[in-house]
Ligand binder design. Structure first.
Ligand SMILES: *Cc1c(COP(=O)(O)O)cnc(C)c1O
Length: 350
């Protein structure tokens, strides 16, 4: 079965081979305080810098999930309040999780066919701005021009970005925000259970100032451990190894970005000219490149899912209140051109 589900999704073909290699090399029982582990972490950070253009001045942390990142940021980077600018289910969830820990959290909801109009938006000096770069639930994304404008409008606020379904798929300008995070079961093409949190010097300074130290995953503790290329807990060592191996054989993000954008273009033009399917998002400016959402009559969608599954392809279900009326097609780097061609052929014949 080839999974076009937008997470967990298809993993790289190398994963079984790299896992066997990890077993052979003793990685599976590697001590997380050993020099070998520290070396692996150091090397993986360097790979993230070269392959994804993560700035050298930014701190990289290995955590368990994007959901954990929501809590880490709420604990360690928010004093009183945060502002969640969102248009869908994941942004909404982030807001809800934060509000439980920091009741001062507020939200600014925008329409999924438009970019958020920030002109009426104000934020206090300590407010953490929270953006979902790629809203996996509906297939929208924030273009780099918007990220740049936001950085300009709020020069002294920290900006946090959930890039779970776009990091490692499209090129990100990390300098435009202070905390970026993603779990690896989406564009990284790896099995779930590992996530990355990437923080600017300003974010780390703020964490030091707030000095929140109540949790094993308080940023100040995580930083103290990462200074030694270690983690506060026993991490997903195999996950880090797989990340290391996959990054080594990966192209630079600029090359991947180009391919992903071209594939997205092909998907949208197929659906725009299809007899019964339509892209859910009509405005090209806000369409995601990594998650393509299509809409059709519910009975028709059911039929499509049956047909694709008979041919060994798993389509992504709609998410939340879009469940019955949409399907999602992951456009992640690990999916092969040949597999895309096969799925496109099924759609063409419908
Ligand atoms: C998948 C996803 C999450 C949740 O990721 P976990 O690894 O399950 O915590 C959060 N945000 C976005 C945008 C996602 O796509």
């Amino acid at each position: 079965m080839v999974s076009f589900y937008p997470g967990p999704s298809r993993v790289y073909d190398g994963v079984p081979r790299w896992t066997a290699e990890a077993a052979r090399k003793g990685i599976l029982s590697m001590n997380h305080r050993s020099p070998a582990f520290m070396n692996m972490v150091k090397e993986t950070c360097a790979l993230l810098q070269t392959k994804l253009n993560v700035p050298k001045s930014y701190s990289i942390f290995f955590v368990s999930s994007a959901t954990e990142c929501w809590e880490i940021l709420a604990q360690s980077l928010i004093d009183k309040d945060s502002l969640h600018i969102h248009n869908g289910a994941f942004g909404e969830k982030w807001y809800q999780y934060t509000k439980r820990l920091k009741p001062g959290a507020t939200e600014f909801h925008f329409d999924r066919e438009t970019l958020p109009d920030l002109s009426p938006v104000t934020a206090g000096a300590g407010t953490l701005l929270c953006l979902t770069h790629n809203e996996t639930s509906n297939g929208t994304a924030l273009p780099v021009t918007f990220m740049r404008e936001t950085r300009k409008k709020f020069p002294s606020n920290l900006i946090a970005v959930d890039a779970t379904s776009s990091m490692a798929g499209v090129a990100l300008d990390f300098k435009l925000a202070d905390a970026w995070f993603a779990s690896v079961q989406k564009c990284f093409g790896l099995p779930a259970g590992l996530a990355l949190l990437i923080c600017s010097p300003a974010a780390m300074a703020r964490a030091g100032q707030l000095n929140e130290a109540l949790h094993y995953n308080s940023l100040v503790y995580m930083q103290a451990m990462m200074d030694k290329f270690q983690t506060t807990h026993t991490p997903n060592v195999l996950g880090i190894y797989l990340l290391n191996r996959s990054l080594r054989s990966r192209n630079r993000i600029s090359v991947i970005d180009r391919a992903i954008r071209n594939r997205a273009k092909a998907w949208y033009s197929l659906f725009e000219t299809h007899a019964s399917l339509r892209p859910l998002i009509r405005e090209p400016k806000v369409r995601s490149h990594t998650v393509v959402t299509v809409t059709a009559q519910p009975v028709y969608l059911e039929e499509i899912k049956k047909k694709t599954s008979k041919k060994g392809i798993l389509l992504g279900e709609g998410y939340g209140n879009l469940k019955a009326t949409t399907a999602r097609v992951a456009n992640f780097p690990a999916i092969k051109t040949l597999e895309i061609r096969r799925l496109m052929q099924i759609f063409h014949r419908l």
